[in-house]
Design a protein around this ligand. Sequence first.
Ligand SMILES: [Zn+2]
Ligand SMILES: [Zn+2]
Length: 383
Amino acid sequence: MTKQEFEKQLISWRHELHRFPEAAFEEKRTSAFIAEELRKMGITVTTGIGKTGVVGTLKCGDGDRCIAIRSDMDSLKIDEKSTHDHVSEHPGRMHACGHDGHITTLLGAALLISQAKDFNGTVHFIFQPAEEPGTGASAMIADGLFDRFRIDEIYGLHNAPFLPAGRVRTRPGGLAASEDDFTINITGKGGHASSPHEGVDPFACFAEMYMAFQTIVSRNARPAHPVVISCTEIETDGAHNAIPTHVTVKGDTRCYFPEDQELVETRMRKIAESVCEMNGAKCEFEYTHEFRPVVNDAVCVDRLVNAAAAIVGKDNVEADGEQWTVSEDFAMYLDHVPGCFFLLGSGRYEGDKSLHDNTFDYNDDVLVTGAEIWHELVKQRLQ
Ligand SMILES: [Zn+2]
Ligand SMILES: [Zn+2]
């Protein structure tokens, strides 16, 4: 297969996947498509892991080391507004995050690796459901991923339209952020807007805690550790001329170190409860962990950087790049085995459409690049 034929194959897979997007845990057609293509390559396929997850396993030689490469496969639940010839045929579903491109890249890698057979050991190609809600990786792990397959190290990528096409960015430590959600219910005593002295104003409590939360960022977190705390929603039962009794505040927080997740939760709770107590209001504080931060292993980062540099050139690889503020459930695998997640630049021009835009379309120009990086990594790691 020439390079042109290979690229043509990848583009045809990607457009087919783009036409039939499926959201979290609905990926039946997608996983059947993947399983069929893997089988054609002579790869052993295990389906139904974590509901719709697929694992392809390829052994070569007598080496006992095993590495895994992971792609997500779910779409978003949005209506596509594009006009190209491979627009979504599933209403309310769209590959707006480029997971169609990630699947294709990993299938392309599987094709290259299965044809070349230039490694000694085992490669597991993991196709994971439900990355968007952050529950797919844990579903596969709960279904015995690490018991059923020996995995010594794991790698994954996400396309990055905000980086020039072909650029690779990763970093040791926290690359993608955690996401935790909070809800604070403040109960005061409402009444006539003209007579605040007769009640307990929950708005005054919220105003105090709103500013105090930012001192967690500036006074409690280490200056070298980025933390974001955003209050994003507020509901009250007040009126133009009535002080409310109830104020509910919602929002989310992001950080890059698991210990900062604990710090933010503890400090926010203390601030919310103390401010309410000080003002004579009641406070209910709820905090849930949605995504853990993606914490890369420094040794695996070096390995990925070496493989990527062989394909895109040293100057195109940021080995200690800026953090990515988005969350990724690849983090769950890194609780079990060391690994590295990286961003593959896919921007066609400065200010290219962002992920989750309803006209987003994966940049086909980086499909081969991604597949070649995975192939090179396998070659280098399993000699
Ligand atoms: Zn997304
Ligand atoms: Zn995504």
